[in-house]
Design a protein around this ligand. Structure first.
Ligand code: WTA
Length: 659
């Protein structure tokens, strides 16, 4: 990490907006830095007028009279207005005469002989969403009931989310790569009684048995009354009488129309569980009006979306994460630019899948993660080189800091040296982009997410909340409320305050370390809590530790991040075995433990390194010395002061016991 930071410190390449972009993108939403500065100033000095004007462009049933009610840490945006997010995503386009425009371009993973492609217009979407909404109602779902969605990347996933929004039932999407126990935790926390799933989903030519995981989870979830199942893979599954129903039997027979529920702007739109410092994931709450306005406006601005100019946007994230929620679904549909949704893996049937898709669909906007870019680099330049990538106008990245090497490769090999790269910094909690370049406007520097988005009062401060001088590392905070901000952690007010609002009173603490350079550009240095960012996905080290200690051979475990060439951060686990198991501390036990974690959480949590140790290094007060473990995992010299170590021999043993 420190090597990466020092290389970033010396990064001085500046990329001005390219002529190719400027002449092909259409009108710029923010034409130049002068305009950015003026708009940013206005958004700081007069956020009420700024956001009020943007929000009025949406469809409201009852217009709001108050833009913001701020009582730190509780924000209410547009609170007395009523609207419906689905109406703004779908019905509005149909009513405005764009019903035949393509809303979603979906591509399935299997491609023998040809990939399966579905083009869904706004009119199709309106019909399918309405039927699905009626089907949910027929299962007893009412306004306010949380619907759990555990599906692969199929159109029915987006359709279900919008159906929930239509009838005012908040959704809770669980990433399809998570295991049964993750479903149990999330469904019980949300008190959800309905799960929508698939028989399975396609991943690298294999079936991921989603329904089987739901069945396993339901053994511990007696309150789940209905499971709606999309047939996708034809994998053999069991349907439980009275609880399980097939989508193609229930949804298709519903009426084509379903009115949109009139929702208060502060009514819950969805819960999305994300990792924090403890073993228990937090249900981040996003509400209707603010989230809708913020995601659609950031999407439009950061990607400079212009309807009617043949823009085609492809974000490679899974909808199970916030990136998919905000920038495959909710931010995209109101902007009337087709959004590409891809079902499977980037290397199926070969390593050029994304590039062939870009050529096939004439993609203009491509949004992916640094970890994916590093994998593309490793797979070789010949894969993108084989395809026509000239349709591309803009590239984006998200999920973790991008190393300048990966930035340059992306710029050269994918962007053909002529597409701006927007390095978008944000979080599940922020709803949408908070620090990002604006294309055609902000000069970019590889590795920096550049400047705050409108309305985001981002700063680097110390623990007393005092702003730091340029290039001094500190806490990334946001000092003013913004429409897309989380409205709390589901059912845990104390944790909401403790996690985000108590480290620096009165300011939102993002949990990232960062610095600002002389020109005011932000450089994110990484998480400051026990969250690690594995392949751009957030994981709590405690979650992995709990999974490890749930194995009978393990008595104690400490998990830390370690540098990893592709994943950015890999998972290193230090494990103390039960006396009865110490004799079997070998590669086969390592494998068993790794598989155990995969079963408990999912493949993304599988440790990259497991070390057995007789004892974990602890301070006199019994705290595990994580910094020391991080250094050991990174294979660094142990130069730091270790005088507080309880048992010096532990350290020596850790250094000896190599993988
Ligand atoms: C990290 C993903 C540097 C950061 C949208 C943040 C980034 C966490 C960037 C949130 C970026 C995301 N540069 N770091 N462009 N984007 N991060 O909630 O550590 O899954 O706090 O949201 O990812 O992860 P989350």
């Amino acid at each position: 990490m420190s090597d990466a930071i020092s290389s970033m410190l010396h990064e001085s390449r500046v990329f001005e907006p390219s002529a190719h972009f400027l002449s092909n993108i259409g009108p710029l939403n923010v034409p130049d830095m002068g305009a950015y500065e003026r708009m940013y100033r206005q958004s700081m000095d007069d956020p009420i007028t700024f956001w009020g004007t943007i929000a009025r462009a949406f469809r409201w049933y009852r217009p709001f009279t108050e833009v913001l009610d701020w009582n730190c840490p509780d924000a209410r945006w547009f609170a007395d207005g009523t609207t419906n997010v689905c109406a703004n995503c779908v019905d509005r386009q149909v009513d405005d005469g764009f019903g035949d425009d393509t809303a979603i371009i979906w591509e399935g993973e299997p491609c023998a002989p040809e990939p399966e492609i579905r083009r869904i217009t706004y009119r199709d979407l309106q019909r399918e969403v309405s039927r699905t909404a009626n089907a949910l109602k027929s299962m007893g779902v009412r306004r306010g009931d949380v619907v759990t969605i555990y599906m692969g990347m199929v159109p029915e996933l987006t359709i279900t989310m919008l159906a929930c929004a239509r009838i005012g039932a908040p959704h809770s999407v669980i990433f399809g790569g998570f295991a049964a126990s993750a479903i149990v935790d999330r469904v019980s926390d949300a008190k959800s009684k309905v799960i929508v799933t698939c028989d399975g989903s396609w991943r690298r030519g294999q079936v991921v048995p989603l329904k089987q995981s739901v069945d396993e989870a339901c053994e511990r979830l007696p309150d789940v009354a209905h499971v709606l199942v999309v047939r996708r893979t034809n994998a053999p599954i069991t349907m439980r009488e009275g609880r399980d129903q097939w989508w193609h039997e229930v949804v298709t027979r519903q009426a084509d129309d379903c009115p949109c529920e009139e929702m208060g702007a502060e009514d819950l739109l969805f819960l999305l569980y994300t990792s924090g410092s403890t073993g228990k994931p937090k249900g981040i709450r996003h509400t209707t009006g603010g989230y809708m306005v913020f995601t659609a406006f950031t999407a439009k601005t950061t990607f400079n979306l212009v309807p009617g100019r043949n823009h085609v946007y492809f974000c490679t994230a899974d909808i199970g994460w916030i990136t998919g929620h905000s920038y495959i679904v909710y931010g995209m549909l109101p902007n009337r630019v087709p959004t590409v949704m891809y079902e499977g893996a980037p290397n199926f049937p070969a390593e050029d899948r994304f590039w062939s898709m870009i050529a096939r669909h004439r993609v203009t906007h491509f949004y992916t993660a640094p970890t994916a870019i590093r994998a593309f680099m490793k797979w070789g330049d010949e894969h993108p080189a084989r395809h026509d990538l000239t349709s591309l106008l803009l590239l984006g990245t998200v999920g973790e800091p991008i190393n300048p090497e990966a930035w340059m490769w992306y710029h050269d090999k994918i962007g053909l040296k002529r597409c701006p790269i927007v390095d978008t910094m944000w979080q599940t909690e922020t709803g949408g982009h908070i620090i990002t370049p604006l294309p055609g406007c902000t000069p970019t520097v590889p590795g920096s997410c550049t400047l705050p988005f409108f309305g985001i009062d981002a700063a680097i401060v110390n623990e007393r909340g005092e702003p730091l001088a340029p290039n001094q590392g500190g806490l990334l905070v946001i000092r003013k409320p913004w429409p897309g901000m989380l409205r709390g952690i589901h059912g845990d007010r104390a944790r909401y305050i403790e996690t985000y609002w108590s480290k620096v009173p009165g300011m939102y603490v993002a949990g990232d370390g960062a610095r600002r350079d002389e020109r005011g550009y932000f450089w994110i240095m990484g998480r400051i809590d026990d969250v690690i960012n594995v392949s751009g996905h957030r994981l709590g080290t405690m979650e992995v530790e709990s999974a490890l200690v749930s194995h009978p051979a393990v008595v104690e475990a400490a998990v830390v991040g370690m540098p990893h060439e592709i994943k950015g951060t890999g998972i290193a686990a230090f494990v103390t075995l039960a006396p009865s198991s110490t004799g079997s501390a070998d590669a086969s036990l390592r494998k068993q433990l790794a598989e155990h974690v995969t079963r408990e959480i999912g493949a993304i949590a599988r440790p990259d390194m497991i070390r057995f140790t007789a004892q974990l290094p602890k301070t006199r007060s019994g705290k595990i010395m994580r910094r020391l473990l991080r250094d050991i995992a990174a294979g660094k010299d142990l130069t730091q002061d270790t005088t507080t170590l309880e048992d010096f021999t532990v350290l020596a043993k850790l250094r000896e016991s190599d993988e």
